[in-house]
Design a protein around this ligand. Structure first.
Ligand code: PGA
Length: 247
């Protein structure tokens, strides 16, 4: 399986930031891993244009579950695809918190994305209180069961394990803790979709940076990363791409 370095720009970046995508593709013309940036929706089309003919793929950060209609401010999976996206992040903890997205809503969005030919990157992860209460595996197991789309395959689904307390904080779980969750996820996914689970990329996300990427990528069942802050600069994200390519 090819590993995946995915960057989530969140609500950051205007046209000037496309220079970072250009610098990234110039520095990494043929990485051994897949390379994806998910900019704000306003930049998807222009980034896709800039990425044409390069190894960089472009994705969205959310989509609506419906194909069209009276949903002011929302975007459909077809619109993302039309703008040049190949992937979409769904159920990120910031959406689960800021927009009260439930597992069922994330699943509906993922099914819409897959129906449109997009790869759904479904995010799950425990809060600090849940980890302290020893609930980590119960919480992420429930989120996994409830959020993945019907008809999930290794080609249309990526799972991102992102402990909420590690996002944007500079804190990460221990390598053993990440390993425990990822092997749990692989097993749980096998129970849900059978052998296809072995080909589904399981990303770790939460304060991944060039300096900790190599040790995280050496953990079994870590097939890449979902990167926030360190994806905004080509040099930082490029360091993570290089570490993943070498893993
Ligand atoms: P971070 O964000 O890398 O800035 O911690 C990760 C994410 O939210 O996807």
């Amino acid at each position: 399986m090819k590993k995946l370095a995915a960057g989530n720009w969140k609500m950051n970046g205007t046209a000037a930031a496309l220079e970072e995508a250009r610098a990234l593709t110039a520095a990494h013309p043929a990485p051994a891993c897949e390379m994806l940036l998910c900019p704000p929706a306003t930049l998807i089309a222009r980034m896709a244009e800039a990425a044409r003919g390069t190894a960089l793929m472009v994705g969205g950060q959310d989509c609506h579950a419906k194909p069209s209609g009276a949903h002011t401010g929302d975007l459909s999976a077809a619109m993302l695809r039309d703008a040049g996206a190949s992937h979409v992040i769904l159920g990120h903890s910031e959406r689960r918190t800021d927009h009260a997205e439930t597992d069922a809503q994330v699943r509906a969005k993922a099914e819409a994305a897959v129906a449109e030919g997009l790869v759904a990157i479904v995010c799950i992860g425990e809060t600090e209180a849940e980890r302290d209460a020893g609930q980590t595996l119960a919480v992420i197991g429930r989120q996994l069961d409830g959020s993945i789309p019907a008809g999930a395959t290794a080609a249309n689904l990526v799972i991102a394990y992102e402990p909420v307390w590690a996002i944007g904080t500079g804190r990460t779980p221990t390598l053993a803790e990440i390993g425990e969750v990822h092997s749990f996820l692989r097993d749980r996914l096998r129970g849900l979709i059978g052998d296809a689970a072995d080909g589904v990329r399981l990303l770790y996300g939460g304060s991944v940076k060039p300096s900790n990427a190599a040790e995280i990528f050496a953990i079994p069942h870590v097939d890449g990363a979902l990167v926030g802050g360190a994806s905004l600069k080509a040099a930082d994200f490029g360091g993570i791409v290089a570490a993943l390519s070498a893993a």
